[in-house]
Design a protein around this ligand. Structure first.
Ligand code: DI6
Ligand code: FE
Length: 425
């Protein structure tokens, strides 16, 4: 790609292991901004834009004509390219052992996801592979999938536990997620997903397993600084609202926010439960009825739409998008990257699928992958728009208009990614 001279200069300088702030500012110009700041132009668009960056943060973004006095020591011209906030994947299970391509073949042959799960496959087969894997192996395979997300502009990713399901293996998964946040060039938020499935050794005593998850594993993971939020899989094949309620009560005493896999395969009152606990998000919600939509609207819970799982399971009941719009529920879009129901490692593909399958507008879907996804992680003051004060996490695209991010399926569109003020190599 032909990029302007000066492109390679960062506004930070790497000194050995450390990255130190350059005394000056970086000016990014000759670009169009999809700032995703609401209330103005579609996409918060600015035709002839500029961004000033200092010490890893945006200090100013707007129309070049309004650029204030500055001390830029470097200027990067983007040859008219579009810049968006770095994309935010707010629901993934990026860390796991093995894969489930064999079950995929079984499902293509006619078996259903629930049948496979009830017969002892499904999540539990990923648990066996995850328990057997070393931390290094889990890290390497997760970073392989992360490459797909980063190549589609992702700078923040949420990563859940939930394939360990015993104390050591859950802590192992969460440590790998933290390591990704330190070493892999993305911001990571972790979620403890202990109530994902009942592990085989607790099959005869599910109450005992819930006790262990609530009273021992979550507190240990929290004490180790490994948990940013608490999640659960609320579904007849997984955990009941009463069981999830016990976990959420514990999260509350620990001061941790909650989120929920809700009403994916049936309306089991998951959205209402998320609302009751003031969750950050209610995720999936394909089968949520109007009462549940009203409840999350009133509680300010973000709806996280996961079109990859909908596609892979050949679901036919989409989330109630019109009701969500009518009640003013903010909608995020995420990959749900996981080995069973959503082996999807592309954020632009998730955007496309949200538009094609759920009929989001391209602007709604891009907001769902930036500003709204940031809110679903409690990071709305930190990331998700191109605005002064936010982290300098940017995606630069080879597109003529923002809707192309929703239109192409599989075409590489990213020209460059900046994370924390530093361009990728
Ligand atoms: N997210 C999940 O956690 C479950 N479904 C979903 O969309 C199960 C994932 C799995 O089968 O491994
Ligand atoms: Fe999930």
């Amino acid at each position: 790609r032909s990029l302007s001279p000066g492109w390679s200069r960062d506004c930070r300088t790497r000194v050995g292991e450390r990255t130190v702030a350059d005394p000056g500012e970086l000016l990014i110009t000759d670009c169009r901004l999809a700032s995703m700041v609401p209330g103005g132009e579609p996409y918060g668009a600015v035709e002839d834009g500029a961004i000033l960056i200092r010490d890893g943060r945006i200090v100013w973004a707007g129309a070049r004509a309004d650029l204030p006095a500055h001390q830029a020591t470097a200027t990067h011209r983007l040859d008219g390219r579009w810049v968006t906030p770095g994309l935010v994947d707010c629901h993934t299970h990026l860390v796991f052992g093995g894969d489930r391509s064999g079950e995929f073949e079984q499902r293509l042959g006619g078996a259903t996801y629930e049948e496979i799960a009830r017969a002892g496959g499904g999540i539990v087969s990923s648990v066996a592979a995850t328990r057997a894997a070393s931390e290094d192996a889990l890290y390497a395979s997760a970073v392989g999938r992360l490459a797909g997300l980063k190549a589609t502009g992702v700078t923040t990713v949420e990563i859940k536990s939930g394939y360990g399901l015993d104390r050591d293996s859950e802590l192992k998964m969460l440590r790998v997620a933290r390591r990704i946040g330190r070493e892999a060039g993305v911001r990571v938020r972790t979620s403890y997903l202990g109530l994902h499935a009942v592990p085989p050794e607790w099959k005869a005593d599910r109450r005992g397993y819930v006790d262990l998850a609530v009273d021992e594993i979550l507190p240990a993971a929290h004490a180790g600084g490994l948990v940013d939020a608490v999640d659960a899989y609320c579904e007849p094949i997984a955990f009941s609202t009463a069981e999830v309620g016990r976990l959420f009560d514990k999260a509350r005493t620990l001061g941790l926010p909650v989120k929920l896999h809700a009403d994916q395969l049936s309306d089991g009152g998951g959205a209402a439960l998320a609302a009751k606990y003031g969750a950050l998000s209610a995720d999936h919600i394909e089968h949520t009825a109007e009462a549940g939509v009203k409840a999350i609207a009133e509680a300010g819970v973000v709806a996280v739409l996961l079109p990859g799982a909908y596609l892979m399971l050949r679901e036919t009941t989409p989330p109630p998008i019109d009701l969500l719009r009518r009640h003013g529920v903010a909608m995020a879009v995420a990959t749900d990257c996981n080995p069973g129901t959503s082996p999807l490692a592309s954020m632009t593909a998730a955007i496309n699928l949200a538009c094609v399958q759920f009929r989001l507008t391209p602007e709604e879907a891009l907001a769902g992958a930036t500003r709204i996804a940031a809110r679903a992680l409690g990071l709305e003051d930190e990331i998700g728009t191109l605005e002064a004060g936010k982290a300098a996490d940017l995606a630069v695209w080879d597109i003529g208009r923002p809707a192309e991010l929703a239109y192409w399926l599989g075409k590489p569109l990213l020209a460059r990614r900046m994370f924390g003020g530093v361009w990728d190599a």
